[in-house]
Design a protein around this ligand. Structure first.
Ligand SMILES: Cc1cc2nc3c(=O)[nH]c(=O)nc-3n(C[C@H](O)[C@H](O)[C@H](O)COP(=O)(O)OP(=O)(O)OC[C@H]3O[C@@H](n4cnc5c(N)ncnc54)[C@H](O)[C@@H]3O)c2cc1C
Length: 467
């Protein structure tokens, strides 16, 4: 028997997706090539809608309370955004990626997902009703047959390549070398981001006396596969800062670039892509993990319905339909930030202008919402809430919820045929809108100020025919 869904890659995207599929009642196996979590963190936080998405599942409660706070500051291409000036702040989870992965793995396992570590996927092919994966396990090589495969295998995704999905976009114009190091004289090192005529130097404290030093240079050609050494980081620091910075005991050394690419399509038959496998971006303002989390939340319930034979026609394709434009918009925003970070007097002028514009609360809100993914809207409908993020509602069970505020609870009767798939909550009458239908990923499928017009159609469109 084929496995329901095999997820290639146990990063944040793959692990969240595994939990989402289990909530949808589908078998999920994660294949992760690393034998154990590395404990290293690329990302240092989950911003905005990513944090809200975790909150909807009750997952923020699993993190230290001190890590959950409205983000006080953010930046747009290095220009500080004072979010405390906004009436309604922007949520953030300031947890390192390793901690996010630990929590998501724990949650997925509790829900019954299987996570196989030390299992590298080396090939895959789809034929008709299934996908066959070739795997190099810790003890032997073996094949696994799945009904669907999701590539959550990061920027260099083997799944994407083997599915023949193009990855178009813009090539790197800069290279950033970074190291989690101990500074020999932390007090003497400039904090935050410093642009210079030759690049940018950034220092972020990580705790326990470790600092992340990032040195960005607008020249390419570095061998992207050669390991970064401490001497490389020191030399780049000298070129950019014009001074030496004492650093040693590197915990981790690596690099990233501003290449911005996106999979041409997020689905090829029974193979889908999510997270960095579907889009790569400069980590400016934390778009990567945040976007991957939302990809997983959007895909999970749709793919679960598909595997269980309950998906209405076309539901699975709405994953590409909704998330591809969001990914493209995010990449465009990140490209703009990449330009703002680059050196040169023309960019200085642009930054001056943007700095002024960002003192306007409305502009600040627009840019902050874009940065945090808080302006995502999948469609517009008869009611202004449709297609947007639902007002406060917990969706820990990962099921759609219909909230009925009508005086005679008439929505209850309309939705009777969907009770097996949709949770219905009757609440005090008089609230507006009188009815709201929320998808498992937290977005509004339907809303009405007073009655049930369009509810049957919305239920059938998203959750299949009623019984
Ligand atoms: C320096 C830096 C700072 C960043 N800061 C932030 C931030 O603050 N906020 C933010 O949101 N994002 C940030 N990002 C981006 C973020 O780290 C990524 O977007 C995120 O890791 C993507 O998660 P993912 O699960 O899609 O992919 P990955 O984290 O890349 O996970 C992919 C997994 O797949 C596994 N894998 C790969 N190939 C195979 C295979 N063939 N078989 C089995 N397993 C395989 C890998 O081992 C890996 O565990 C940052 C990135 C960098 C480089």
């Amino acid at each position: 028997m084929p496995v329901g869904v095999v997820i290639v890659g146990g990063g944040p995207t793959g692990l969240l997706l595994a939990g989402e599929l289990r909530l949808g009642g589908v078998e999920a196996i994660v294949l992760e090539q690393l034998p154990a979590p590395s404990g290293l963190s690329k990302a240092l936080g989950v911003m905005g809608r990513g944090a809200q998405t975790l909150d909807r599942r009750g997952l923020l409660d699993r993190f230290d309370k001190t890590l959950q706070k409205p983000a006080p500051f953010a930046h747009f291409g290095g220009i500080p955004l004072d979010l405390t000036r906004l009436e309604c702040g922007s949520p953030a989870l300031l947890a390192p990626q390793a901690e996010v992965e630990r929590v998501l793995a724990e949650w997925a396992l509790e829900l019954g997902a299987e996570v196989r570590r030390g299992h590298e996927v080396v090939g895959l092919a789809q034929t008709g009703e299934q996908v066959t994966l070739q795997i190099k396990g810790p003890d032997c090589a073996y094949d696994l047959v799945a009904r669907y495969v999701v590539g959550c295998d990061g920027a260099r995704s083997l799944v994407r390549k083997q599915a023949g999905i193009g990855f178009s976009g813009t090539p790197a114009t800069q290279v950033s070398r970074f190291g989690d190091v101990t500074l020999t004289d932390p007090g003497a090192v400039p904090r935050g981001m410093r642009r210079t005529p030759t690049g940018m130097f950034t220092v972020v404290p990580l705790g326990d006396g470790v600092h992340r030093v990032v040195v960005s240079e607008w020249r390419t050609g570095a061998d992207r596969d050669a390991p970064v050494t401490l001497d490389d980081l020191r030399a780049a620091t000298g070129r950019v800062l014009g001074a030496e910075v004492g650093m040693d005991r590197p915990r981790w050394l690596s690099r990233f670039t501003d290449a911005a690419r996106q999979a041409d399509r997020y689905r090829e038959g029974r193979i889908l892509l999510a997270g960095d496998a579907a889009h790569i971006q400069l980590p400016a303002g934390g778009p990567g993990m945040t976007t991957g989390i939302q990809d997983a939340a959007n895909l999970g319930w749709k793919l679960a319905a598909q595997v269980r034979g309950r998906a209405p026609a076309g539901l699975l394709d709405t994953y590409h339909g909704e998330r591809h434009p969001v990914g493209a918009r995010m990449l465009s925003f990140v490209r703009a930030q990449g330009v703002m970070l680059s050196p040169g007097p023309q960019v200085d002028a642009l930054r001056d202008l943007f700095g002024e514009l960002l003192t306007e609360p409305a502009t600040l809100r627009t840019v902050a919402d874009r940065l945090m993914g808080l302006d995502i809207r999948y469609e517009s409908g008869d009611h202004p809430l449709v297609g947007g993020w639902a007002p406060d509602v917990k969706l820990s069970a990962g099921r759609p919820v219909l909230v009925d505020h009508t005086a005679d609870h008439r929505l209850l009767a309309v939705a009777e045929g969907w009770r097996d798939r949709v949770d219905i909550v009757t609440a005090a009458a008089g609230e507006k809108p009188a009815g709201i239908l929320v998808r498992p990923d937290g977005y509004v499928a339907w809303a009405h100020e007073s009655g049930a017009d369009g509810l049957t159609e919305a239920l059938a469109r998203w959750f299949g025919p009623g019984y």
